[in-house]
Ligand binder design. Structure first.
Ligand code: NCD
Length: 310
C-alpha cells in the first residue's frame, strides 16, 4: 500500500488490523506509556483548508510516537499565494518528509498528490470527496461501543451530498454488512452514484427525509454539519440550514446502547442537551482520532505496533 486516499485502499482485514493496533496504542495516546516507534521520521502536514481536529490529531499522533512534524502553516503565508502549483508543493515536501497528511478543497486532490509523491499520502479530506482517516476513527468508535462492526443499523444524517465523512463511512459500513438509513433534506441527498455503489455491494440502503422517525432501532446515529462552504449559491444554503436539530427530547424511544456520533465541528444539528445523555460519543470520537492516526502512520511507514499476533 502506498497512501490512504479512499477506503478502497484498505481491505476489511486491513481495517481490523489497524483498529487492533490502535487499541494497543491507547496507553501511548493517553500519555501513560512511551513507544517511540516513529522516532526520526517526519510527517508533513499540508492543510489547504481549515482544520482543527484532523491536523492536531495527526500532529499529536506523530509526536506521541516520537516523530517530528513540519507544517505548511497558514496557506496565505505560504508560496501557494505566489501561484505555486499543488504538484510543485508536493514534490518539494516529498523531499522533506517521510509521509504527508493533506487536506485540500478540490475533490481528487489527494489522488493527484499521491501521483506526484514518493512518500505515502494520507487524505485528510479532499473537497466533497473522501475522508478515510476520519472513517477509521469512526469505525474505532463504533467497535468500541458495540464490540463489532458487522450487521449494525446505522443512520447517517445531515449533509450527505457534500459531506465527505459520510461518503467514506458509508462505503466502509456497507462492506461490513451494516444496514444504512440515509436521512437528509431532499437537496442534500447522498450522490446517486454513491448510493448505487452501496447497493451494488449488497448493502441495504433506505433514503428518507425523516430523521426523527429513523432513530428507534438504530445502533448508531451519525450526524453531520451542513457544509456551507461547498454551496455555490448562498440561497440554497439558507433553504436547508438548521434542517435537523437533534435534541435530548427526541431520544425517549431509542435503544439504550444507541450512540450518537458527529465528526465535529457542530453548528446547531446536535443540541447541547444531548451531550448529557448516555448516547453522546462525539468527544470520545475526536480523541480516537489520535490512536487511529497513530496506527495508520505506523502501517503506512511499515512499522509494526508491538503486541499483535506474529
Ligand atoms: C469534517 C471535515 O472536515 O470533513 N471535520 C473533521 O475532519 N472532523 C466535518 C466537517 O467539517 O463538517
Amino acid at each position: 500500500m502506498t497512501g490512504l486516499i479512499t477506503m478502497a485502499d484498505l481491505t476489511n482485514e486491513d481495517i481490523v488490523e489497524v483498529l487492533d493496533a490502535a487499541e494497543r496504542l491507547l496507553p501511548v495516546a493517553r500519555g501513560n506509556a512511551q513507544m517511540p516507534l516513529l522516532s526520526g521520521r517526519i510527517l508533513g502536514n499540508l492543510f489547504f483548508e481549515p482544520s482543527t481536529r484532523t491536523r492536531m490529531s495527526f500532529e499529536t499522533a506523530m509526536k506521541r510516537l516520537g516523530g517530528g512534524v513540519v507544517n505548511l502553516g497558514d496557506v496565505s503565508t505560504s508560496s501557494v499565494v505566489k501561484g505555486e502549483t499543488l504538484f510543485d508543493t508536493i514534490q518539494m515536501v516529498d523531499g522533506y518528509t517521510d509521509i504527508i497528511a493533506m487536506r485540500h478543497p478540490r475533490q481528487g486532490a489527494a489522488r493527484y498528490a499521491q501521483d506526484a509523491a514518493r512518500v505515502p499520502i494520507l487524505n485528510g479530506g479532499d473537497g466533497a470527496g473522501h475522508h478515510p482517516t476520519q472513517t477509521m476513527l469512526d469505525l474505532f468508535t463504533i467497535r468500541q461501543a458495540h464490540g463489532r462492526l458487522d450487521g449494525l443499523d446505522v443512520v447517517l444524517a445531515g449533509d450527505l451530498r457534500y459531506g465527505r465523512t459520510v461518503h467514506s463511512l458509508s462505503h466502509a459500513l456497507a462492506r461490513f454488512d451494516c444496514r444504512l438509513v440515509l436521512a437528509s433534506p431532499e437537496l442534500l441527498r447522498m450522490p446517486p452514484e454513491i448510493v448505487e455503489d452501496l447497493r451494488a455491494s449488497g448493502a441495504s440502503v433506505v433514503e428518507t427525509t425523516d430523521l426523527y422517525g429513523s432513530l428507534d432501532g438504530a445502533d448508531v446515529v451519525y450526524m453531520t454539519r451542513i457544509q456551507k462552504e461547498r454551496f455555490a449559491d448562498e440561497d440554497e444554503y439558507v433553504k436547508v440550514a438548521g434542517a435537523y436539530k437533534l435534541h435530548a427530547k427526541h431520544l425517549g424511544e431509542v435503544r439504550q446502547d444507541m450512540i450518537i456520533m458527529h465528526p465535529l465541528p457542530r453548528v446547531d444539528e446536535i443540541h447541547p442537551s444531548v451531550d448529557e445523555t448516555r448516547h453522546a460519543r462525539y468527544f470520545e470520537q475526536a480523541f480516537n482520532g489520535v490512536v487511529t492516526r497513530m496506527a495508520l502512520l505506523c502501517r503506512l511507514l511499515g512499522v509494526d505496533v508491538p503486541g499483535g499476533e506474529a
